[in-house]
Design a binder for this molecule. Structure first.
Ligand SMILES: Cc1ncc(COP(=O)(O)O)c(C=O)c1O
Length: 424
């Protein structure tokens, strides 16, 4: 199936369900009945396939997992309760106490604080580097490195990752590359084709697309040699936490997915609600159409902002003047660069605040990827906890505004932005 068709059909066969429902039913139940004691024992021993308990698996959630796995062209996926849960479990599936992770310095603020403060409290050290600087990346790698992590385009700097080059370095050391594809979505960038091993999403954003549901997902490429690497004993040795199951021998190219589900999701518990899975599945049906319109509108907004004297800098990887245009073109293979546009106002923080106060149409809130246009001032909100130096390392300043361009009429969007700029 082509991408557009997969958005509507993959992972769901109506004829497998009673009465052939046209949409995946919402299995809003915590548990699934066993046919017999033997059936129960076989499900727990993984000898039979089937659902047991919604914390580790649910029929509606499974449709979503299968659909996103197909869209990313991975071998399997685990859906969880938020993007943050996806990132946390993705890392815990690779690293434990005493291990290290190397992360891009261009990250979403929540991911940054997870890496900078929370993971180290559990003994996982995270080193931050300019991820496209391959010699800095190599210098940061040592025997303890268990993952290299970055965002396909950083939030909010919108700097693209050179996925292919970074994957080559990671693989030459037997390290898995984990990427956050939230901002690009698999419609615009297919990280697995370029060598990414694990993909995470905040499905809260473009996948859901309508601001209805918090959700996250972890996708495995199925290409990483967990055994050959030598860095991931928990995947290739008997796991005492799951009656000595050897994930690699049992599941092969979905070893990581199954460990994340059967061990981490089971024990830590950030399950996605079936209702949210249903709403996200509805969102995905129009992902391709929305991403086209988001991208077309965003490009026009970026060009408009570039023409303004009161704007010092525009961040949009699809602008020909962007220093990242060539890099972005390589990965955004449709020539569409998503709906996020950021810019800096010459007059700094007061101008940033005035812009938001005077901007009609846009919703001022802490989300992106909604069908509606959204705006935020990161320095006073999502990135509030960062020092000026940390802000600079994340590629932003105090007059920086993040726009998530919606699918409204482009005339209305540009008129609203112009009005706010004029009123400053
Ligand atoms: C790029 C990126 N990754 C992950 C997250 C976290 O996702 P969630 O809010 O669903 O936990 C966000 C949230 O804004 C994000 O922008």
């Amino acid at each position: 199936m082509e991408f557009e068709t997969k958005c509507l059909h993959s992972g769901f066969d109506p004829y497998e369900f009673k009465d052939n429902p046209a949409l995946p039913p919402i299995y809003q139940n915590t548990s699934f009945l066993f046919d017999s004691p033997e059936h129960a024992a076989n499900l727990f021993a993984l000898k039979d396939e089937g659902q047991i308990y919604t914390r580790i698996g649910n029929t509606t959630v499974s449709v979503l997992e299968e659909r996103v796995a197909r869209l990313e062209e991975g071998s399997g996926a685990v859906a969880v309760s938020s993007g943050q849960a996806a990132i946390t479990l993705a890392i815990l599936g690779l690293a434990g106490q005493g291990d290290e992770v190397i992360a891009s310095s261009y990250l979403y603020g929540g991911t940054y604080t997870l890496f900078r403060y929370t993971l180290p409290r559990f003994g996982i050290k995270v080193k931050f580097v300019d991820i496209n600087d391959l010699s800095a990346l190599k210098d940061a790698i040592n025997d303890k490195t268990r993952a290299i992590y970055g965002e396909v385009i950083g939030n909010p700097s919108l700097i693209p990752m050179d996925i292919e080059a970074i994957a080559k370095v990671a693989h030459s050391y037997g390290i898995a590359l984990v990427v956050d594809n939230t901002f690009a979505t698999p419609f615009l960038v297919q990280p697995i084709k370029w060598g990414a091993d694990v993909i995470v999403h905040s499905m809260t954003k473009y996948l859901s697309g309508h601001g209805t549901s918090i959700g996250g997902i972890i996708v495995e490429s199925g290409n990483f040699d967990w055994k050959g690497s030598g860095r991931y004993p928990s995947l290739i040795q008997p796991d005492p936490a799951y009656h000595n199951l050897n994930f690699w021998e049992t599941f092969g190219n979905t070893a990581y997915t199954n460990r994340v589900r059967l061990s981490l999701l089971r024990d830590i518990g950030p399950a996605l609600s079936p209702m949210n899975a249903y709403l996200i599945l509805l969102g995905i049906e129009t992902l391709h159409l929305r991403m086209e319109r988001h991208s077309e509108n965003a490009k026009i907004v970026a060009e408009f902002l570039e023409s303004r004297d009161d704007v010092s800098k525009v961040f949009y990887p699809g602008l020909k003047s962007s220093p990242y245009f060539e890099l972005a073109k390589k990965y955004f293979y449709r020539g569409l660069f998503s709906g996020m546009v950021c810019f800096s106002l010459k007059q700094g923080r007061p101008a940033g605040e005035a812009f938001i106060k005077n901007l009609p149409l846009f919703y001022h809130l802490a989300n992106v990827g909604d069908a509606r246009s959204l705006v935020i001032h990161p320095a006073s909100t999502t990135h509030q906890q960062l020092t000026l130096e940390q802000l600079e390392a994340a590629g932003i300043d105090e007059g920086f505004i993040r726009l998530s361009i919606g699918i409204e009429s482009i005339e209305d969007i540009v008129t609203a932005i112009e009005k706010a700029l004029v009123s400053i």
